[in-house]
Ligand binder design. Structure first.
Ligand SMILES: C[S@@+](CC[C@H](N)C(=O)[O-])C[C@H]1O[C@@H](n2cnc3c(N)ncnc32)[C@H](O)[C@@H]1O
Length: 286
């Protein structure tokens, strides 16, 4: 495991319980952004918005599959929020596998699993999604706010392409560099603060991601910009800059501090339009 991936693991091992108590909701246990799409009226619904989009893709795809064939994998599964949601909402038999780099998350996810009564088999593995440890045969593979951590994006797509059946789907919901933006100095410094605060190693434009995926027989079939549905909390630039300087000087070693500074930087980036939050679906080609 690379040094950078080890840093991602440390980041989630230290922060997960805080993320769950401060930023998530007890019923979803998601570690991702709330998306206030049309018809959404509560935090729980906003946290499940992305899960609902993934469910829609699964419903569509499962119409063309024999029921016993639906196998799904969550690459970067947190404590299982999305996977539990999908298993609860699917009627057809499903096998679910969740991968997380964080042993703390894997333990919490397994404990939650042991408390649930689900007819669907489900497993949580502590493993690197750049070296996927299972055999081919997946219908749907997805990553919600996890791909940005990849230190080896080619390895990620190569592994996904290997485990997906032809016609299967890869779904990515994540931050992407805006196509139009040519970041100036101010923007660059906020991008750097976001990358370092959140352990972001793979921030690409949609064009770059599409090209990377295409090189591994994954063709883009859906691309939706979810940024307008985020409730942004950007600050005046000078105030945010001051907070960043003060925050970086604090003698706190816990990973929650860089995470909070990274969150602020991300808000600035989204507000400036240099990052967009996208929902992408790729189809595995023959
Ligand atoms: C922001 S959290 C999102 C968790 C989950 N998808 C959700 O929406 O609740 C990012 C996730 O990516 C995982 N992750 C990051 N790098 C990884 C890697 N190399 N291999 C496996 N998981 C990784 C982390 O362990 C964490 O679970």
């Amino acid at each position: 495991m690379s040094e950078k991936t080890r840093a991602v693991r440390h980041y989630y091992d230290q922060n997960t319980r805080l993320f769950l108590s401060l930023g998530s909701s007890p019923e979803t246990q998601s570690i991702h952004r709330a998306v206030w799409g049309e018809g959404v009226t509560s935090l729980g619904q906003a946290l499940n918005y992305t899960n609902g989009l993934i469910l829609g893709e699964l419903h569509q795809l499962s119409q063309h599959l024999a029921p016993e064939r639906v196998r799904i994998a969550d690459l970067g599964c947190g404590v299982g929020g999305s996977l539990f949601y999908l298993l609860e909402h699917l009627d057809t038999p499903v096998l679910g596998v969740g991968l997380t780099i964080s042993p703390v998350q894997a333990r919490i996810a397994r404990k939650r699993l042991s408390q649930k009564e689900s007819s669907h088999p489900c497993h949580f593995l502590e493993a690197d999604f750049q070296a996927i440890p299972f055999a081919p045969g997946m219908e749907v593979v997805y990553s919600v706010e996890a791909f940005v951590h990849a230190t080896d994006p080619r390895g990620y797509f190569e592994g996904v392409s290997r485990v997906l059946n032809t016609g299967g789907r890869l779904i990515l919901c994540d931050d992407f560099l805006s196509q139009a933006a040519l970041p100036g100095q101010v923007a660059e410094s906020w991008l750097e603060a976001y990358r370092s605060g959140w352990q972001v190693n793979s921030l690409h434009t949609l064009e770059e991601v599409e090209k990377l995926a295409r090189a591994h027989q994954l063709a883009l079939v859906r691309c939706e910009d979810l940024t307008p549905y985020l409730r942004l909390r950007a600050l005046p630039d000078r105030l945010a800059r001051l907070l960043l300087r003060v925050g970086r000087a604090l003698p706190i070693k816990h990973a929650i501090l860089p995470s909070m500074l990274g969150s602020m930087a991300l808000q600035q980036c989204l507000h400036m339009g240099i990052i967009q939050y996208g929902f992408l679906v790729f189809e595995k080609q023959a």
